[in-house]
Design a protein around this ligand. Structure first.
Ligand code: ATP
Length: 398
């Protein structure tokens, strides 16, 4: 049997569930015959309604709960063969509101596991300072105590603490749920950026489908009773829910959210209505300055000055969702496509945007998974979409 060695960030772990059932002593079946392969180096999100067994599933990985039957392995080793404290030192665990030790300073909270492992205190503290900076907390916070931090700051500390032992696997239970939507979006974006450097095997629990679709390379939608509704990429989940439960859970606006996974590079852009000067005409025209940047809209049949230009989208980098947003926020109903320097490349109306989406619907990446209701999704399905892998303010992460 392979030794379960302490990880460095170069070590990636696959986690498997084979016919795992958890029945609590009162007879509640929280997880029922679950089989799942969680790929290494990716973010896998468990999502589903309250009580569907997400937390139980997560906690069975680090043996906070042991299964009634079935097998869970991490990189091929049965977790039941590893004693729980050893296992937990090697698997980071982040919970809602950080779960920090109230009487320890922030820097010492982050260094908790290195201290436990007997690492040099001075080095553990300087590593902790570097981690705090990495999760976006200024050094001035290091000497404070948890109650002197906001909820969002505490959650950052929780993430830094879980990273301190450099575990190859991180389990995260509703890590961003105790903060307001703006802070939450910032934490999610930073988390995605961190993961592009760290490539941890992350299992994240949320009840929020938007968070699941934004963060997950793979999303496992669970039904009450701990069964898998669908295990798939966010893109395919939105394109082809496997049954009525999954479809309802995804919500009524899944069509619009799907636009986040389609790049804007194939859009047919209109350049005829982009002008450097102009007077009244019978269509909306976009006036640009000498550098080609938007100056304002010339309304049809009006000799008034230009109306302010609204949001733009960067062609190729941003998704069709950002293009749609741009079209809604401009008075003409056109999206303004720009290049990376902000120079206007052309305009796209709703017809162009929906046309581009329809064209992409028939591409293989939008086809439903061959095995939509469980097991490993395998192959290219573990690759994040192009739009997803480049989180940006106007990109797929919206
Ligand atoms: N110790 C326990 N004893 C008995 N039943 C339990 C125990 N822990 C959890 N359960 C039950 O198991 C089911 C799954 O619980 P779990 O916490 O895994 O769900 P969840 O999907 O994480 O829910 P939530 O989103 O509300 O946190 C629930 O019906 C819950 O009441």
């Amino acid at each position: 049997m392979k030794p379960f060695t302490t990880g460095g960030s170069a070590e990636y772990r696959v986690i498997t569930f084979e016919s795992v059932t958890k029945r609590f002593p009162d007879g509640t079946v929280a997880v029922d015959d679950l089989s799942l392969e969680i790929p290494a180096g990716k973010i896998t999100v468990l999502v589903g309604p309250s009580g569907c067994g997400k937390t139980t599933t997560l906690r069975m990985i680090n043996r906070m709960i042991d299964p009634t039957s079935g097998t869970i392995t991490v990189d091929g080793q049965n977790v039941l063969d590893v004693d729980p404290p050893t296992l937990r030192r090697r698997i980071g665990y982040v919970i809602q509101q950080g779960g920090l030790l109230p009487h320890r300073t922030i820097v010492d909270n982050v260094a908790t596991v290195p201290f436990l492992l007997g690492h040099d205190k001075k080095k553990a503290r300087s590593d902790a300072m570097a981690l705090l900076e990495r999760v976006g907390l200024p050094a001035a916070f290091a000497k404070r105590y948890p109650h002197q931090l906001s909820g969002g700051q505490q959650q950052r500390v929780g993430v830094a603490r879980a990273l301190a032992a450099d575990p190859p696997v991180m389990l995260m239970d509703e890590p961003f749920s105790a903060v307001d939507p703006v802070v939450r979006k910032g934490l999610q974006d930073e988390f995605l950026r961190l993961q592009t450097e760290l490539h941890k095997t992350i299992v994240l629990v949320t009840h929020d489908i938007d968070e699941a679709v934004k963060l997950g390379d793979l999303v496992c939608v669970m039904e009450v009773g701990g069964r898998i509704g669908q295990f798939d990429t966010p893109e395919r989940l939105l394109a082809a829910p496997s049954d009525a439960f999954v479809e309802e859970f995804l919500g009524a606006d899944r069509g619009v959210r799907r636009l986040s996974f389609v790049g804007s590079d194939g859009l047919d852009l209109d350049t005829a209505r982009v002008v450097t000067s102009g007077t009244s005409a019978n269509t909306w025209r976009l006036l640009v300055d000498a550098a080609g940047r938007p100056e304002g809209w010339l309304a049809p049949g009006s000799s008034d000055g230009p109306q302010p230009a609204g949001r733009v989208f960067t062609v190729g980098r941003d998704s069709l969702r950002a293009a749609l947003d741009s079209s809604v926020l401009n008075p003409s109903g056109d999206a303004i496509g720009v290049d990376s320097d902000g120079k206007v490349l052309g305009l796209a109306g709703h017809d162009q945007i929906t046309g581009a989406l329809r064209a992409r619907t028939h591409e293989p990446s939008a086809e439903p998974a061959t095995e939509p209701s469980g097991g490993s999704s395998g192959g290219s399905s573990t690759e994040p979409s192009a739009a997803r892998s480049q989180p940006s303010p106007a990109g797929a992460g919206e």
